[in-house]
Design a protein around this ligand. Structure first.
Ligand SMILES: [Fe+2]
Length: 386
């Protein structure tokens, strides 16, 4: 069966790539952007650098800087109202996955109308809206190259997965220099998120030879550099490797899908406001242990790609090394359990059936090498709590 591959039309990659913004817009025939960003990026100087480049090229711009962590339907509706105020022809998203996902949601809702929840997986998005140019400042969610956006429904607290060609940015600017000032926690959380993307894309039932290469490349880059990027924020080589790893992992999972870790992670994020990468990290070792017997060879390949097992080592031994490394990584990066994070046991237990049903409804668990029942998901949630 053929694999269908979606990627942006243009990607500028490398230190200083931000300078390509006006040229990239010209190539795409775009001239009236609404910049979508968050208050931090608007303050820290990155937004000013982007707008100076646009000014230099004579491109008129406006800014919507009210995006929030874990974008909500409410913020997207406000953003769409801004889009309607003037004759914008594009969205330039600058920030972490939240700003990029907000811009994607705005584009979809502006063009198609209705409510964001109308486009929740498995619904189709009828038409593509104004093009999005995505400029990530974290390494990262990979959202700059994926055909997904994740939006929290303000009414139900559900983290909805929305997918389709209409969500894939038209262009991306992948400039690791924008990540040099990322704080430790954000570097660790977004780094583990991208490692999870690469592993899940590789073990996914929808993996293909095309995505396998990207996923293994990403695992190698991230596993070998995540500790250095956390310990030495200005280590340019480590930052560049993490950025490349995040984007290639994004390309891999955009076309192979994520699996059980992401399926179970979204409800934890939605109900307890745990940052996305952190809730993935809480789950990754246990879910890997649960899933590995169903795809021993694939998980062993992950260990080899990450450089924690020798090429000639047997699969069982390699998977044991993978589990050790994932647990050690969580320790080194100070990833708390849900209990240590401060999630109340009674509330957690009470929500488990809803969390399990939302996890299954997202479709991600169906891509897992071992597809869990609802009861098994509840049991896994219980196991990671401590
Ligand atoms: Fe993710």
């Amino acid at each position: 069966m053929a694999a269908l591959i979606t990627t942006p039309r243009l990607i500028a990659v490398g230190g200083g790539a931000l300078a390509e913004l006006p040229g990239l817009m010209a190539r795409l025939g775009l001239a009236r952007p609404l910049i979508v960003t968050d208050p931090y990026i608007a303050r820290c100087g990155i937004l000013d650098r982007a707008t100076a480049l646009l000014d230099g090229a004579g491109i008129a711009w406006s800014v919507f800087s009210d995006t929030v962590a874990d974008p909500t339907t409410e913020v997207i509706e406000t953003g769409v109202a801004r889009l309607r105020e003037a004759d914008f022809d594009s969205l330039v998203a600058i920030g972490g996955g939240s700003s990029i996902d907000t811009a994607k949601g705005m584009s979809v809702l502006f063009r198609n109308g209705g409510q964001m929840r109308d486009y929740k997986v498995p619904a189709e998005i009828p038409a593509a809206g104004p093009p999005v140019i995505a400029i990530p400042t974290t390494a990262g969610t990979g959202s700059e190259v994926t055909r997904f956006t994740v939006v929290t429904d303000t009414e139900t607290d559900e983290k909805m997965l929305i997918a389709g060609l209409a969500c894939c940015p038209s262009a991306a600017i992948v400039d690791y220099e924008l990540t040099l000032t990322m704080p430790l926690r954000l570097t660790a959380d977004t780094g583990i998120d991208s490692l999870t993307h690469a592993i899940e894309a590789y073990v996914s039932r929808r993996a293909s030879p095309f995505t396998d290469g990207l996923a293994k490349n990403a695992m190698g880059l991230i596993a070998r550099n995540i500790r250095a990027a956390c310990a030495e924020p200005e280590n340019r080589a480590a930052r560049e490797a993490m950025m490349l790893g995040a984007t290639t992992a994004g390309m891999a999972f955009s076309n192979a899908s994520v699996a059980l870790v992401h399926g179970m992670s979204r409800p934890i994020g939605a109900f307890f406001h745990v940052p996305h990468g952190l809730s993935n990290a809480m789950l990754l070792p246990e879910i890997t242990a649960f899933s590995a017997p169903a795809a021993l060879e694939r998980y062993a390949d992950c260990a080899r790609a990450m450089g924690v097992a020798e090429e000639g080592e047997g699969s069982q031994a390699a998977v044991a090394r993978l589990l050790d490394e994932l647990r050690r990584l969580n320790q080194d990066l100070a990833v708390p359990s849900p209990r240590v994070y401060g999630i109340e046991r009674a509330r957690y237990d009470e929500l488990l059936p809803v969390m399990a049903s939302q996890a299954l409804a997202s479709g991600s668990p169906a891509n897992n090498p071992r597809v869990p029942t609802s009861d098994e998901i509840i049991e896994l949630y219980r196991r990671v709590y401590e």
